[in-house]
Design a protein around this ligand. Structure first.
Ligand code: TPP
Length: 280
């Protein structure tokens, strides 16, 4: 059994940046095959997923169900394109499967489901990831496991009461094996997040979380926030990530409406080239 990254070694920032670039390349290939997708959010999540899967988390690529694995809960099921990219990069999924993204009958639907190897929960209905993550964290503790739970959710989901209820539960039950990663990208389906959710970091701190606010597109800041979140001090941890939709591809970053991106077939190659120039 090969168990990655346990205990986490010294941070190799350039290796992690290379991984993040690979994730973005994989996502662009998937989205261009389909012609559309939630590519802007996916590109923005690449640095976070690279830091988790290639530095912080412990798992066995040969056995995605290994009970001792750290759990990654993707609450925003529509960010699945990023999930499939990292699962393929981590050798949990075969890269040959990626071109089936979003096709009928594929194990890689546009919104995640838990029959995909390495996916912990069914996505699609927003506002449920944190509740499930808190349950997982409590269950692991009851089992005497040292595994941790990393839960991504979005600023849009902070408009849902279920997210705040789950946040309270995580602190009430002293889930120090829980790390929440809030993707504050400023957008939701039809424009900016308009409900007053801010100040997110202060609110989570008031709820009992040990909180840090970072640039979610910096592997330097991500890895240091994740390292600080390792302490078993009775408190859940929160990393509030400010991310830029489309990060890595200036044309997508500049789009007004980036929630669901449809791009003319002739333009995908130029965008993929932008990624190489910008990031390579
Ligand atoms: C409970 C629920 N309500 C509405 C939707 C429809 N929906 C899908 S994505 C989305 C946008 C949510 O905003 P956010 O989670 O911040 O995601 P982003 O815009 O960054 O992709 C919405 C409303 C849903 N999937 N689930």
């Amino acid at each position: 059994m090969s168990i990655l990254n346990h205990p986490p070694s010294e941070v190799d920032l350039s290796a992690l940046k290379g991984r993040a670039l690979n994730l973005r390349r994989k996502m662009m290939a998937m989205a261009s095959g389909k012609g559309e997708g939630y590519i802007a959010q996916g590109l923005a999540m690449a640095d976070c997923l690279a830091s988790l899967y290639f530095h912080e988390m412990r798992y066995d690529p040969q056995d995605p169900e290994w009970p001792g694995r750290d759990r990654f809960v993707l609450s925003t099921g529509h960010y699945s394109i990023a999930m499939y990219a990292v699962l393929a990069e981590a050798c949990i999924l075969s890269p040959d499967e990626l071109p089936t993204y979003g096709l009928n009958g594929s194990r890689l639907p546009m919104s995640t489901f838990d029959e995909t190897p390495g996916v912990e929960m069914v996505g699609g209905s927003l506002g449920h990831g944190l509740g499930q993550a808190v349950g997982m964290a409590m269950g692991l503790r009851l089992d005497g496991s040292s595994a941790r739970v990393f839960c991504e959710f979005s600023d849009g989901e902070l408009q849902e009461g279920s997210t705040w209820e789950a946040a309270m539960a995580g602190a009430t039950f002293n889930c120090d094996n829980l790390v929440v990663l809030v993707d504050c990208n400023g957008i939701q389906a039809d424009g900016p997040v308009t409900v007053r959710i801010e100040p997110v970091a202060d609110k989570l701190s008031a709820f009992g979380y040990e909180t840090v606010e970072i640039n979610g597109n910096s592997v330097e800041q991500l890895t240091s926030a994740l390292a600080a979140a390792r302490t078993a001090n009775g408190k859940p941890k929160a990393i509030v990530m400010r991310t830029t939709p489309g990060f890595g591809i200036p044309t997508i970053m500049a789009r007004d409406r980036a929630h669901f991106v449809r791009i003319d077939p002739s333009e995908w190659t130029a965008l993929a080239q932008e990624l190489e120039t910008h990031n390579g």
